[in-house]
Structures are given as structure tokens and as C-alpha cells.
Design a protein around this ligand. Sequence first.
Ligand SMILES: NC(=O)c1ccc[n+]([C@@H]2O[C@H](COP(=O)([O-])OP(=O)(O)OC[C@H]3O[C@@H](n4cnc5c(N)ncnc54)[C@H](O)[C@@H]3O)[C@@H](O)[C@H]2O)c1
Ligand SMILES: O=C(O)C[C@H](O)C(=O)O
Ligand SMILES: [Mg+2]
Length: 469
Amino acid sequence: MSIATTMIIRLEIRKSVATFGDVASRLAAVGGDIVAIDVIRAGKDVTTRDITVNVQDAANEEIITVLTDMPGIKVINISDRTFLAHIGGKIEITPKMPIKNREDLSLVYTPGVARVCMAIAEDPGRAYSLTMKRNTVAVVTDGTAVLGLGDIGPEAAMPVMEGKAMLFKQLADIDAFPLCLGTKDPEEIIRVVKAVTAGLGGINLEDISSPRCFEIEQRLSAELDIPVFHDDQHGTAVVALAGLLNALKVVGKRLEDCRIVVVGIGAAGVSICRLLLAAGARRVYAVDRAGILHKGQTYDNAEWSWLAEATNPEGLTGGLTEAMQGADVFIGVSSGGILSVDHLKSMAEDNIVFAMANPTPEIEPELAESYARVVATGRSDYPNQINNVLCFPGIFRGALDCRAKVVNLEMKLAAAQAIASVVHPDELNEQYIIPSIFNEKVVEGVREAVIRAAIATGMARRLPPDISE
Ligand SMILES: NC(=O)c1ccc[n+]([C@@H]2O[C@H](COP(=O)([O-])OP(=O)(O)OC[C@H]3O[C@@H](n4cnc5c(N)ncnc54)[C@H](O)[C@@H]3O)[C@@H](O)[C@H]2O)c1
Ligand SMILES: O=C(O)C[C@H](O)C(=O)O
Ligand SMILES: [Mg+2]
């Protein structure tokens, strides 16, 4: 499946040679759908028009070729809305107040600032009240597992990290900025991140490939006194669990009875399996390229060795096809298009399919719909968006507000319950198992649940004024 996009194309049409109708039919033949037309200039023989065309990404090239090859048509300019939205980046840093005169200058800068610096030097804890630390998170990546695009490097990872920063701000009023590191060496990543935390209240690790991501997160979490959270692991697991709890209510099954196949045992898959087990699932099957993880096999990945013991109670062997036989739930965090209709046909009645690979899901939802009772993807353009954006803003809002040292299992389970409970039982149905990211109750609910769990587990260092013990 490709991504729908909108192109704005400026054309000169020589009326004696071509008509607008010719343009429209040529575009339609290659999958371009004209949704708006603006006349820029109308001459006797030549008219200039801006046409807005909805197109599948894969057809971009074809659209341009078809037009440039047409006699009587001159393509003046092509802009694509998605690219236009990225020019110069998507975020910026803005001061909270203007510096209008000398007095302002001496307050925020020399000499006034020096007294504030000394106050922090005497008590570094005051960085939380006198600097941006308490509300700032770094979105840290090395660009090695960007969405499902793979190791595309730190520069290419920037648009995703800027997008995460936008979401942090809009949804949870957290100031976040991208730190895209030019190293893949875990030791160096750990060293760099540790060295930049003076002004940070938390670290959101993003799109760092497995298995390196496990050690990086564990070490940073143990060695820093601010929360470190690998979004692809835990954000994804929390939202998948939330969606599953609700989907199970729709189909009338219990988590502990279900056969759950998780495919793609990387950052997201490992954490999903662990959280499912912690939530009470007993029949989890973890499948990667090497097949179903099972006891008796040695794996050089410590997480896989752990999972091989903790999952797959019958010691099932084989691959995806074997795992899918009779499965109640499929959760995919692997790569696009790996699941077939035959796989779905082999599942149990009232099956649930979460095809969460981005941007291309494991199976096209249109295809899955006829063979699954509940279908969800990670994308915004289909119903049931199971995406970690439902989790990370609220989890960090809660962790920052109660100054949590870590994000522990109890906080994650509480966050999943909170997300699930935003959908009222009366509203639950196959097409609505998970709230929209624009539902304001999500961040609010996750924040409060996370704070309460942090307090209950002794992880909170501050009681927010609106929360009573
Ligand atoms: N919807 C969401 O919120 C969300 C969140 C995180 C990740 N994801 C998606 O999940 C995917 C994995 O992300 P990650 O961060 O865990 O990456 P990762 O690189 O850590 O792990 C991917 C794993 O999938 C396995 N895999 C790939 N193709 C496979 C196949 N054909 N069969 C079996 N296993 C296969 C790989 O071997 C690897 O272990 C990506 O597409 C990503 O976009 C979605
Ligand atoms: O970025 C997303 O949309 C979700 C997730 O973090 C991913 O890597 O796919
Ligand atoms: Mg990610």
C-alpha cells in the first residue's frame, strides 16, 4: 500500500493543442484525481492553471511523466503538500517573553541571570524550577529503525523526530526537540545522552533498532535520574494492550484464554510480549524471521532467550503459517505486506488483527476486513489507529509532573487501562476500539493514571497539586 498525497501542479495549457479535459483524463488513467482547479492566468491561447491532484505516492512519477509528455502542456511547477509542510522543518524554539529594553535585558541576561545561575550552582535541584528542564524532553535516535524504513541515518530520521516533537507540544504541552545522533555505537550513544541531560526532564528514545535498543535503554534508565522511555518498545506495547483489551470486549473473549501471535520481535514486539504477559496473557507466540521462538533453542539475543521460556507453552515450532493456525489475535510490528488472506482464514472465529507496521501495514486493511472481526493499523487514515502517539505524550506529562525517576511496569499497565477506558462501553464496536489521538481525555487520563501508579510504587518525587494521595 502506498501513501496518498496531494500535489499542486502549475500548468500552461495551449488551447489550440490540448484541452483541460485531456489533462483530466490522462491523470485519471494513472490514478490522479483532480480535486481543485485555480485559474492563474487566462490568455487567448494559453491558460495557466494550478490543479490540485490527489495521488498515491507510487504514482507521483507517472503523473509528472504523463503531463510532461503531453503536447500543448507545459509543467511550470510541482509542489507536493507533504513536502511543502516540511520546508525549513516543522518546529522552532520561541522565547517566552520579548526583550524590549535594557531592563528586560538585564533580567534575562547579564547581570540578572548570574544570580539565578549561582542559585542553581548551590542547589542543582533548582534547575527544575528555574530552567526549562522540568518541561523538556529530548527525542533521541540514531536513525537505525525509522518507522519500518530501516537504517536510513540521523538526517533522514529528522522529519519523524520533528513530528514527535510537534505531537509532544500539541498534545501534552511538553517542549521536545530532536537529537539525531551520528553514531550507532551503544556505548557512545549512552555517553552522549548522559552528557546532555542537564537541561532535560526526560529522554524519549525513538527508532533505535533492536537488540541494541534494549541495552541502551536499560543502561540509561539505571544511570540517569530522569525517566528514559523507548517509545517504540513501551509506547507501542501500552497502546497495543489498550486496543486489545477493548477489542476482546467487542468479540467477547478473555485475554488469558486467547492465542496471541506477535510478529516482529524487535523493539516493539519484545515489549508487547512482555506487557501482554504482565497483563495476564498465557498463550503468546513470538514470531520473527527465525520462526516461532521456542524453548530448547539458543538465541544470541537475551530478550529472545527470555521470551522463548516465557511464551509458547506448547513448544510450537515453525513459522508464521504454523503460528497463525487457530490464533485469536495477530499483532504485527514487523514489516509491510507479510500477512496473507490465507493466514487470516486459518485463524479462529472472531479474530483480531492489529497490522501495526508503518507506513505499510502487514496486510492492507481493506483486504483484512472480510476475514477478521476487528482490524487496526498504525496509520491515521484508517479506523482504529493503534499508534504510540496515544501513549508517549500522556506518559511523559505524568512522569514530568510527578518527577518520576523511571517509567515502570505498573505505570505502563495503568496507562494502557486509561487509554482503553476512554472508549465508553456503550461506544465500543469493531470500528472503534481505541480513542482518537485528538480526544483530549487520552492525555489527561494517561497522565493521572501514570502519576497514581508512580506514587503507589514510590517512584514519584513530587505530588502535583491537582492529585491527592
Ligand atoms: N503503530 C505503532 O505505534 C508502531 C510503533 C513502533 C513500531 N511500529 C512499526 O513496527 C515495525 C517494527 O518496528 P521496531 O521499532 O520494533 O523495529 P525493529 O527493527 O526493532 O524490529 C523489527 C523486527 O521485525 C522483524 N521482521 C521484519 N520482517 C519480518 C518478517 N517478514 N517476518 C518476521 N519478522 C520480521 C525483524 O527481524 C525485527 O526483529 C516498524 O514497521 C514500525 O514502523 C509501529
Ligand atoms: O512513528 C510512528 O508513527 C509510530 C512508531 O513510532 C513507528 O516507529 O512506526
Ligand atoms: Mg517509532
